[in-house]
Design a protein around this ligand. Structure first.
Ligand SMILES: Cc1cc2nc3c(=O)[nH]c(=O)nc-3n(C[C@H](O)[C@H](O)[C@H](O)COP(=O)(O)O)c2cc1C
Length: 217
């Protein structure tokens, strides 16, 4: 069995990546007997674009029907994901949305599986469990006031139609850089941020671990 985490942050050891790793730890811990392999895919290491609207994936009797025909760094990854036993998406919030890199990736991953028939049916070869983790500078109240969950629900509902309903987790008020005194950051209280990091992040990590533990039945 293989479970993949898709890191939509450019940073490989910060909030999003750390929580994704904890989810994978949870998967492995609970499914000990199942010989589970895990892998983090760092999107910012890869050269690719969003969907190019070539429609090769919808061309009747075409050799790419139901598949993305664009040849670049994610072609093989999309192929691997079609057979995954679990996929966890992780993104920092950028400009009130998921990161551009993950948005482009999801365009490519999901569109070939959406059929332009009367029911807009879906043809993914496998319906594996999924999850989505969002990390953001905003505290929970601001996330609620800005209605982030509504924005996030758009991709979540496509993921549900195509694969399965994602389990969702939010990590708020994240610590963005190591030493706030070195950056213009008077908008924030470093003390409050540091305390939140110290007190809340371990809970978030545990939540991520538990999410992983629930993911594969
Ligand atoms: C370009 C950019 C835009 C951001 N926009 C938002 C935003 O709209 N809302 C928010 O809550 N945080 C925003 N943030 C903060 C990040 O979402 C937050 O620090 C996140 O946890 C970073 O994830 P990482 O540590 O995995 O890279 C932004 C950060 C950057 C670099």
């Amino acid at each position: 069995m293989k479970v993949y985490a898709i890191n939509g942050s450019p940073r490989k050891n910060k909030n999003t990546a750390t929580l994704l790793q904890r989810v994978l730890d949870g998967v492995v811990q609970v499914a000990k007997d199942k010989e589970i392999e895990t892998e983090i895919i760092n999107l910012y290491d890869l050269n690719y674009t969003g969907c190019r609207s070539c429609f090769a994936c919808k061309r009747l009797e075409g050799k790419s029907y139901g598949k993305c025909a664009v040849k670049d760094d994610i072609q093989e990854i999309l192929e691997k994901l079609s057979q995954a036993d679990g996929i966890i998406f992780g993104s920092p919030v950028y400009w009130d949305n998921i990161s551009g890199q993950l948005h482009s990736f999801l365009e490519r991953l999901l569109f070939p599986y959406l059929v332009y028939d009367k029911n807009l049916s879906t043809i993914a070869p496998k319906r594996m469990p999924t999850a989505f983790i969002y990390t953001m500078g905003s505290p929970e109240e601001i996330m609620e006031n800005l209605n982030y969950k509504l924005t996030f629900s758009k991709f979540e509902s496509f993921i549900e139609r195509i694969f399965t309903k994602p389990q969702v987790m939010y990590c708020n008020d994240t610590y963005q850089f190591d030493d706030y005194s070195k950056y213009e950051s008077t908008f924030f209280s470093e003390e409050a941020k540091a305390t939140h990091r110290k007190v809340q992040f371990p809970f978030d990590s545990q939540k991520a671990f538990e999410l992983g533990a629930r993911l594969i039945k």
